[in-house]
Design a binder for this molecule. Structure first.
Ligand SMILES: N[C@@H](CCC(=O)N[C@@H](CS)C(=O)NCC(=O)O)C(=O)O
Length: 418
């Protein structure tokens, strides 16, 4: 069965179906040479969607428009997947969150963003109302996500896909860090999902907006184009010229990749991979072999050790949510694999669990690029280890070797980043 999606490559409404297709194992192809403002104005397109908006899905049984309906079609076209839940109540909850994502999140982000981008009249009281309504929705969502990794059940459903695509528009264009940090569970949820391989494949790397866009004067309604200009990716909504995400601009004029400043440090006698190998290969006599080996290799000029302590331990009331949070953190640290080794302990036999860790970083500071790229960093208090202090050194040893009881408590889990 071949399904053809008519949309440009960077349309967040089309992402919903494309991500659902990845999860469900369904083949969906983007219509070749689709050009926003041209392809969606042709008589053939208007036959598929009389309102002329994208996306549209062409199926063997006829066309479907409206991105949520398209995503539902894709999710349902394979029986053996869990995108649609597995009980009557789950089906209903998934629908509930899809409507919430569309009406409370997407609509309010659009009412805030589009007037600023020049696609609708800008009216300050209307903006204020949109922001208040969005905060109300995000605050409810934040509470739900404090004890749930996903919206419904214990795995990604269509509701997560649709909500994340809607949040994407906000995070990429208008929801700056100072706004989203009021909703830490929503942040954790968004960044975790958007970095899952099935999302990443479709959406690419997402960067959070750095500033709320200044108000643009209203743009004229777009006219269908006569001739094909140079390929430029499609706008995300309403009109034709929505600003493109940064990485797409970079695609047009790629800048040479700057060298990581950590690569410019004087060489170190410590070879990180050698330590990682020793850690992984030591199965017995850990203290005598691995820990001793660590200190023999350790180069305090080329590397530094850091303790981290989660700032919001009182929120760690559900074990699997806490474990997923730490797992997500380690996934996001992937960008630092060449320069870091870490141990993260989830401590306690009952909630609230404490999350503490030990990190070895190249250089003398917590690397700035990690702070910039990995939002989890600011959820922890960072303290440099003083290796001349024997008690601190012993704490390092215990963290590396998953020593129990750790500071008088049992470990729920110990995860290693290597
Ligand atoms: N509710 C529709 C919204 C579709 C929509 O607004 N599409 C925009 C692009 S993301 C569009 O086609 N704009 C062109 C126009 O308004 O003519 C859906 O979810 O599919």
């Amino acid at each position: 069965m071949s399904l053809i999606l008519h949309a440009g490559k960077s349309n967040k409404n089309a992402y919903k179906a494309l991500i659902a297709a990845e999860y469900a194992g369904v083949q969906v192809e983007l219509a070749p040479n689709f050009e926003m403002g041209v392809s969606n104005k042709t008589p053939e397109f208007l036959k598929m969607n009389p309102i002329g908006k994208v996306p549209v899905l062409e199926t063997p049984d006829g066309p479907v428009f409206e991105s949520n309906a398209i995503a539902r079609y894709v999710a349902r076209s394979k029986d053996d997947n869990t995108l649609y839940g597995s009980s009557l109540i789950e089906y209903a909850q998934i629908e509930q969150w899809i409507d919430f994502a569309s009406m409370e999140i997407d609509a309010n982000i659009a009412k805030w963003y589009y007037p600023r981008a020049g696609y609708a009249p800008f009216l300050p009281p209307a903006e204020e109302f949109a922001i208040t309504s969005l905060k109300r929705a995000l605050s409810a969502l934040n509470s739900h996500l404090a004890t749930n990794t996903y919206l419904v059940g214990h795995s990604v459903t269509l509701a997560d896909i649709i909500l994340t695509c809607n949040l994407y528009l906000g995070f990429a264009y208008i929801l700056v860090k100072s706004f989203t940090s009021e909703f830490p569970h929503v942040e954790r949820y968004f960044w975790t999902l958007v970095n899952q391989p099935n999302f990443r494949k479709i959406v690419g790397q997402v960067k959070q907006a750095e500033a709320v866009p200044a108000v643009q004067s209203a743009k004229k309604p777009s006219q269908p184009k006569e001739s094909k200009p140079k390929a430029k990716s499609e706008p995300k909504a309403v009109a034709k010229k929505e600003p493109e995400p940064k990485e797409e601009e970079e695609e047009v004029a790629p800048k040479p990749k700057a060298k990581n400043p950590l690569d410019l440090l004087p060489p170190s006698k410590m070879v990180l991979d050698e330590w990682k190998r020793l850690y992984s290969n030591t199965k017995t006599n850990f203290r005598e072999v691995a820990i001793k080996g660590f200190w023999d290799m350790y180069d305090p000029e080329g590397y530094s050790l850091w303790f981290c302590d989660y700032k919001y331990n009182s929120e760690n009331t559900v074990s699997f949510v806490t474990l997923n949070k730490v797992g997500g953190f380690l996934q996001r640290m992937d960008l630092a694999r060449k320069y870091a080794f870490g141990k993260m302990l989830v401590i306690g036999s009952e909630p609230p669990f404490k999350v503490k860790g030990l990190w070895l970083f190249r250089g003398q500071e917590v690397p700035q690029f990690v702070i910039d790229e990995c939002y989890d960093m600011e959820l922890y208090e960072w303290t440099k280890v003083d290796i001349n202090d024997e008690a601190q050194k012993e704490r390092v040893n215990q963290m590396i070797e998953d020593y129990e009881p750790f500071e008088g408590e049992s470990l729920l889990d110990a995860k290693c980043f290597k």
